[in-house]
Design a binder for this molecule. Structure first.
Ligand code: SIN
Length: 502
């Protein structure tokens, strides 16, 4: 594919949603660049499958150029004071804030989520830049009490170097800023490799970083197609000048990055797949639980790593919960996220629909019953799936073993607390678990027992810049946000001054 027009926009961008921030070039060393091999790949709007634009399909030589520029820029960036880095980050934040409605529209156009959700994502994403601009100023080291009189000992915090940020399509902005804020505040330069589905938001905020005054090379953005992604990531993995990889995405790719980085021993943070249990005990406020299930499960059409993947409901309140949830799901309005009043947009692509369909069919073949939904939506041109509720589900079905990443609420009935905890923990994943209860003893018991990095108690929306986002087991390691997020981008250097005449 080759479209030579700079900032060409196709039919995938509705009139009125055109923005000066649509960029269809890679961003390397402060320049908008083509791929050296002049290859391109298409970016489409999942709400109508129309072409938005084409962006460079970068390869090895482009990656090497980005690494060289990042490596040189980092040497200068780390020497800037934390205060001056904070001011630049703050200006970046202000520009995102000023242009938040254009950015939100762009997210909706390339990713599909409803505009109000996109706006929430912009606010959420920006909050990491604000937060880490402050955290960077408080990156204190330690002065240690020396065990010998003639020594003085210090622990200094240093940026790790160049960080490659490999980010997913489900949050085209926030999964970048959650990493970038911490990395830049710590003094790292970054190479962003956005998903091939949603590169445009990344390119737009690169433009804003430039307008904010962040120097060339401190932020580079490499775009590449799905076919080129292994080549691009292999160059990043093999290059000694990359010290850190932060990745959000599937467990399978996370394992590939662990293995691939062994040769150059890179620092890693991995936010991988989830299989979140959402337990509603007899002791719960059912209305609060239904509201939480809608918010958590149907946000972004179920395409978040923290989406409840298995709803476990205790027998006494089972009928009430199922009836109320089914009613609420039937009321969800599906459509193009740029239209008013839409609760659920399309799934990201045809492959996502196929996966959801496979999970639902597998459940139904094994005795699952669809109460609402259970089908693709064919009345709309995009990749839409009807919001669905399934009952008679068990923990053996694909839909409860794998991350479905779609708008399906599969419900498992249980009798005892022990049974629920054991089903909840019976998975290789450990990102997040939710439960609803008003029994304080049960609350602490279950919170302790869940084998996850995060726990939502009577709450399905936990994500913000103050909390520490991250998992355990095969959901990965490392934390993003909070006072801990910046540690992922620093090394501790122990400095000892000896032979002092004291
Ligand atoms: C994710 O899906 O990986 C992130 C979800 C969130 O930040 O809430």
């Amino acid at each position: 594919m080759a479209t030579k027009l700079v900032n060409f926009l196709g039919k995938g961008v509705p009139q009125g949603a055109r923005s000066p921030f649509f960029k269809n070039r890679g961003w390397i060393n402060g320049q908008w660049v083509e791929a050296k091999e002049k290859r391109y790949f298409p970016v489409t709007n999942p709400a109508n499958t129309e072409l938005i634009t084409e962006v460079p399909d970068m390869q090895r030589e482009d990656v090497l150029e980005a690494i060289e520029s990042s490596y040189a820029a980092q040497k200068l960036w780390r020497r800037q004071t934390a205060k001056s880095r904070a001011l630049l980050l703050r200006q970046w934040y202000e520009l995102m804030n000023k242009h938040k409605s254009e950015i939100a529209k762009m997210i909706t156009i390339e990713q599909g989520k409803p505009y109000t959700e996109s706006l929430n994502e912009v606010n959420y994403g920006m909050s990491f830049i604000d937060w880490f601009s402050e955290e960077g100023k408080r990156l204190y080291g330690d002065v240690l009490p020396s065990p010998q009189e003639n020594k003085r000992m210090f622990l200094m915090k240093e940026p790790v170097g160049v960080a490659a940020l490999i980010t997913p399509w489900n949050f085209p902005l926030a999964m970048i800023t959650r990493k970038a804020g911490a990395a830049l505040a710590a003094g790292c330069s970054i190479i962003i490799k956005p998903s091939e589905e949603t590169p445009l938001t990344a390119l737009a905020i690169a433009q804003l970083s430039h307008e904010a005054g962040i120097p060339p090379g401190v932020i580079n953005v490499l775009t590449c197609s799905r076919d080129s992604v292994h080549e691009v990531s292999d160059v990043l993995l093999d290059d000694e000048r990359i010290s850190k990889i932060s990745f959000t995405g599937s467990t399978a790719i996370g394992k590939r990055l662990i293995a691939g980085s062994a040769n150059t021993v890179k620092k890693l943070s991995l936010e991988l797949g989830g299989n979140a249990p959402f337990i509603v005990f007899d002791t719960a406020d059912v209305d609060v639980a239904v509201k939480g299930a809608i918010a958590g499960k149907f946000r972004n059409a179920g395409q978040t790593c923290v989406s409840p993947n298995r709803l476990l409901v205790q027998s006494k309140i089972y009928n009430e919960f199922v009836d109320k949830l089914t009613q609420a799901v039937s009321n969800l309005k599906v459509g193009d996220g740029l239209n008013d009043g839409i609760d659920q947009g399309p799934l990201i692509n045809a492959g996502a629909i196929d996966k959801v369909e496979r999970h639902v069919n597998d459940a139904v073949d094994q005795g699952g019953e669809v109460l609402v939904g259970g089908t693709r939506m064919t009345s709309l041109p995009g990749t839409f799936y009807n919001p669905s509720v399934l009952i008679n589900v068990n923990n053996e079905m694909l839909i409860t073993r794998e991350e479905t990443f779609g708008p399906i609420a599969p419900i498992i009935k249980f009798d005892t607390e022990d049974e629920a905890v054991s089903i909840a923990n019976n998975t290789q994943f450990g990102l997040i678990g939710y439960f609803y209860s008003r029994d304080i003893d049960q609350i602490w018991r279950v919170s302790d027992a869940l084998e996850t990095g995060m726990v939502g108690i009577n709450e399905a929306l936990l994500s913000n810049e103050v909390g520490a986002f991250g998992g355990k087991k095969q959901s990965g390691f490392g934390r993003e946000g909070s006072k801990y997020g910046i540690n992922e981008y620093i090394n501790i250097k122990y400095v000892c001054m000896g032979n002092l005449k004291t």
